[in-house]
Design a protein around this ligand. Structure first.
Ligand SMILES: Cc1cc2nc3c(=O)[nH]c(=O)nc-3n(C[C@H](O)[C@H](O)[C@H](O)COP(=O)(O)OP(=O)(O)OC[C@H]3O[C@@H](n4cnc5c(N)ncnc54)[C@H](O)[C@@H]3O)c2cc1C
Length: 698
């Protein structure tokens, strides 16, 4: 008999953002001005756990909802009681505030231990079920880190469950397809990516839920080891509004204009040159290597850069050549001449900062490689290119860590892509990706070689592995980065830090984060954002075989079935036309999208490849190998035409490197219209035949 602990979180309602929710001065979103709701995926997790309880036929199974948050988070617990929970626990304490994912997972895991001991008395027979991620954090790290703290298997990105032969079989999203798995042991952590079976509250249950007692615990009750800002391993150093899309977002009102745009954009490539969030990184130089030893132009924040700029001007005016010449009387003069705009303590720290010239972290820059069927994932090459750039700035080497049962043959390609050393971890138990076996193997290598930076692709696999490894090796982790730069915080004596920039709150703000209290700085980075270097087969590198001890006990999942896309697709084509769920049927996809591909291909004299959204693949419109996006393929054609595609983030990050994006959608408010260059509001059924005709006339 399994019991269920469902993690629920109260989040700001980012779907209802009004203009007054933004601070007029900073342009960033003010969280307090948004209504609070239950995180949608946690509501789905609650329904999922309820479904698991039902299909197992176990009436006695208990379901406890747990939340950590301010006292008002009680609302999501009452929501849970009104729908499915038998009991609820509120973990609330000021000391828990300001935590990153590390210091969130740690107290939640300790609370789970206490629930299983004091409330459920269920021994090892329970599931922790949570939404894959929350809309405010968007990291997907907490559940995997809870699993790591508790030493449990974790099945992430789950979309369905069946109860067979007295155990659950779970369907989950993986890169390029889906997989059915079962856990070899319990307890286990499950994260739900999609389960759209809303639970409704009855009148009677709501009345009971509003009166029911909550169990409330504070930090002292759970005895967590890492809590709040102090226990965190990352710190936000800057929050800023996302740059306006550089896409044109221009509405066209007739198919003739659209036909012209399609032709022109392939001929001239008149779209965007670089959507790369990482483009303005600039080349960092270590302080020792700068021409002017006082130069501090790579400070982490604009304020620090400005302060140093002012200080350096004053130092030069006073004819000072070395930081050693700055005694108390010089400091007085500087303070006076800056009109006391710099505080005395700040000045002392800044001057002390001139002595800091060596990087705060030591070691190589690593990429953890992803591969399947003996082929390296394209995102690994992109990250290796980025790692090369970071390592050159820091004057260190690039290592790529690759785990599997037979991986040596991929080393050559990784070296050509920029690696100096390939750390190959080969073991027969690493034949298939198993989170706990892989995290043990990778963490073991990181423990031995202690790289200063470790990058993972933000694919389902990377977003699963990275949090477990980071927790195991006591390092901070930033999810889903779109920018990675090296910068200094000279005032604090920290040189050569990895600044990790990522979208947060559903893309409504950007945050720059640094790592603290860690051996390594770790980040997952969005596929399709960093640039792959042109392969250089003449590059020389070495392969280091890293031995790891693994036993069957380290493998947590039984893989029952894997469904991956098969067939041929040429995503290197200059023009790609994708259909989404809005194509309505496989016939429409074939006929309408097919006619447009043929018409365009003929007119341009080029191959036009077919793509699809995940939803279209799931509807059976076309084989999975054609899926574009985070778990499909990231593409960068000259022209991308999206037909009946809404513009979900997981789809759009796969087309970020496209020159011109064109969308046809019947919904005038379709999100894709804010992320494309040209669009037409209309149904695919009406618009495509007219467009094909207009193309013929062009
Ligand atoms: C972990 C994870 C990974 C994912 N990976 C991917 C991925 O790699 N790729 C991907 O695409 N998605 C991915 N998704 C799914 C993604 O979140 C969206 O659900 C998906 O992209 C939606 O596909 P869609 O736009 O075709 O469908 P919908 O969101 O349902 O949109 C259909 C659109 O069609 C329009 N429409 C309806 N009828 C018509 C008509 N007659 N004519 C014109 N327009 C019409 C509608 O207005 C709507 O905008 C992933 C999700 C998760 C959780």
């Amino acid at each position: 008999m399994s019991d269920y602990i469902v993690l629920v979180k109260q989040v700001p309602d980012v779907s209802q953002i009004t203009d007054n929710a933004f601070d007029p001065e900073t342009g960033t979103l003010v969280r307090a001005r948004l209504a609070s709701v239950i995180n949608e995926l946690d509501a789905q997790a609650l329904a999922f756990a309820n479904m698991m309880k039902k299909i197992s036929g176990d009436d006695k199974a208990r379901l406890i909802a747990l939340t950590m948050g301010p006292p008002m988070a009680e609302e999501v617990l009452r929501y849970s009681l009104a729908r499915a929970a038998d009991q609820v626990v509120l973990l609330t304490d000021r000391a828990l505030g300001g935590a990153d994912t590390w210091a969130t997972a740690n107290p939640l895991a300790h609370a789970i231990r206490k629930i299983t001991k004091d409330l459920l008395k269920c021994g090892d027979d329970y599931f922790v079920v949570s939404g894959m991620q929350s809309v405010d954090g968007d990291t997907a790290q907490v559940p995997a880190q809870i699993a790591e703290e508790l030493g449990l298997p974790c099945i992430a990105y789950v979309t369905g469950a069946e109860y067979k032969k007295k155990r659950f079989e779970f369907t989950r999203i993986i890169s390029g397809g889906s997989q059915t798995v079962a856990t070899k042991k319990l307890p286990a952590v499950i994260t739900v990516a999609k389960y759209e079976h809303t639970l409704f509250a009855t009148f009677g249950r709501t009345r009971w839920a509003n009166k029911a007692d909550l169990v409330q615990w504070g930090a002292d009750d759970i005895k967590a080891t890492h809590i709040g800002a102090k226990g965190s391993k990352t710190a936000v150093i800057r929050v800023f509004p996302p740059g306006k899309s550089t896409r044109k977002c221009q509405q066209l009102n007739d198919v003739k204009s659209l036909a012209k745009v399609l032709m022109d954009s392939v001929k001239s490539g008149n779209g965007q040159d670089d959507q790369n969030g990482d483009a303005q990184a600039g080349s960092y130089v270590l302080p020792d290597k700068r021409k002017d030893k006082f130069q501090r132009m790579f400070e982490a924040t604009q304020k620090e850069q400005d302060d140093y700029q002012l200080l350096i001007e004053k130092i030069k005016e006073l004819g000072i050549k070395s930081a050693l010449q700055i005694d108390d009387s010089v400091k007085e003069k500087i303070l006076e001449s800056t009109g006391k705009s710099i505080h005395k303590k700040t000045l002392d720290d800044m001057i002390e900062g001139f002595k800091a010239t060596r990087p705060a972290f030591k070691g190589e820059v690593w990429v953890v490689a992803e591969h399947s069927n003996g082929v390296v994932h394209p995102a690994t090459f992109e990250l290796t290119g980025k790692a090369r750039d970071l390592a050159d700035s820091l004057e260190t080497r690039v290592g790529v860590c690759i785990a599997g049962d037979n991986v040596g043959h991929m080393a050559e390609e990784l070296i050509a892509a920029g690696a100096d050393t390939v750390y190959a971890i080969e073991h027969k138990l690493l034949k298939q990706f198993d989170p706990t076996a892989y995290r043990k193997a990778v963490a073991d290598a990181i423990d031995k070689y202690v790289p200063q930076i470790v990058l993972y692709a933000a694919t389902p696999q990377g977003r699963m592995l990275a949090p477990m490894v980071s927790y195991r090796v006591h390092s901070g982790l930033t999810a889903d980065c779109t920018g990675l730069d090296i910068r200094d915080s000279s005032r604090k004596g920290d040189i050569g830090l990895l600044l990790q920039t990522r979208p947060a709150l559903g893309g409504n703000v950007m945050a720059t984060i640094r790592t603290k209290n860690s051996k390594s700085q770790m980040a997952t980075a969005r596929p399709g954002v960093m640039k792959r270097l042109p392969p250089d087969p003449s590059r020389k590198g070495k392969v280091v075989k890293h031995q790891v001890e693994l036993s069957e006990d380290d493998v947590s999942l039984e893989i029952i079935k894997t469904e991956l896309g098969s067939g041929e697709v040429n995503f290197g084509a200059e023009v790609i036309v994708s259909g989404g769920k809005g194509m309505q049927s496989r016939d429409n996809y074939e006929q309408l999208l097919g006619a447009l591909c043929d018409g365009l291909g003929k007119k341009l004299g080029k191959q036009v490849e077919r793509g699809a959204s995940r939803a279209a693949v799931e509807q059976g419109f076309i084989e999975r190998v054609h899926q574009v996006g985070q778990t499909g393929t990231a593409i960068g054609p000259k022209l991308y035409i999206a037909l009946g595609i809404s513009g979900a983030i997981q789809h759009m990050i796969g087309v970020a490197n496209t020159e011109t994006i064109v969308a046809i959608n019947s919904d005038p408010n379709a999100p894709i219209f804010k992320q494309c260059d040209y669009y037409i509001v209309g149904t695919v059924e009406d618009t495509i035949p007219q467009l094909v005709q207009a193309l013929e006339a062009e």
